[in-house]
Structures are given as structure tokens and as C-alpha cells.
Ligand binder design. Sequence first.
Ligand code: SF4
Length: 193
Amino acid sequence: MIEEELKKLGDLYARMDEEYGRLSAVYGLTCRDCGENCCSQRFYHHTIAEYLYLLEGLKAAPDELKQTIVTRARIVVESYSHELQAGEIFKLMCPVNFDGLCALYSWRPMICRLHGLPHFFIMPDGVRKTGGGCHRLKGEGKGTASMDRTPFYKELAGIEKSLRQQRGFNERFRKTTAQMIMEMSLELDFDEI
Ligand code: SF4
């Protein structure tokens, strides 16, 4: 059942949030008063599991908010097509971000939950990949505490596999939140106001 897999994903997200909270406290990391907003970075999402979870959030949103998000997503996706011509990647705010805050916070994708902390993960071939954290990192844990994303990625891969089997989907998935929202708007069949 798709609902069961989405419930598993909700549990997984809760554990990610918990681990993020624990480690960000070690570093003394907070987003408060930061002049930048990570939601303007170009994040790509790679699973239909995250897509379906975010879709639940969009469905639950009030109609006016839903329509505004779709309108904003359309503008962002249209902007992508002008990048080649301009020869640069535009810095575009995620269409779900309103006044610095995520309007679909409980349903946000994985990278929105994990971004900002130093991390590592072990690839299926055993290769260890690492990533740095936010420039604001400070505190005693700096350089020593790093989030192990491996179990999270593995669990998400299991949920993804099950969902793909259930939906008969076997294509590569790589979309920004704006692109996912545009696809959702077709699935939900509502028009821009
Ligand atoms: S989905 Fe939410 S948290 Fe993720 S980039 Fe968009 S506004 Fe930010």
C-alpha cells in the first residue's frame, strides 16, 4: 500500500529531524538571523517517495495557498529555460518558501531536512563520500561530529523501491521542488487562478 510506505517515510523523516536537532545543538548551529536562505539553492530530489509525500502536503494546503505555490513554481520553472541563453544559473527561491519559511514544512523533502550539517555516507560500492556544512558552524563539535546519512539513504531507497514497484515506475527521477510542484499541478488537475 502506498499509504503504508508514506507512513514509513514520515517515521524516517522524524528520525532525520531528531538527528539533525541533536547534531545542530552540538555545533550550536541555528538559522536565526542568517542573511542567506538555503531554500534559494538549487536542490534536486531523486525519489518519487519524496514527491508523493510532498504531494500530500500540497493536497492538504488551503486552495489559495495551493494556487499561489503553483503560480510561483511555474515562474521558477520558466526561469530555468532562460538560463542557457543567459549563460548563468539563476538564484531562484523555492516556490514553497514564503517570507523565509517553508509553507509545506512537515512534508518537505529529505535534503531540506539534512542540509547544513557536515555529513558522510557510504556508497553501495563502499566508497565514502563526505560533505561540509554551513558556513555558520561553530561550537565544540566542529570537525568531530558528522552526520552519517548512510542509514537514512538506505531506508529511503527501500521505501522508493517498494513505491516504484507499486506504481510501475522505473524511470530516472531528478527534479527540483518547483518542477515537482508543476507535475503535481497536472496530477491534481487544477488551473492557475
Ligand atoms: S520545500 Fe520548503 S524547506 Fe525545501 S527548499 Fe522549498 S521552502 Fe525550503
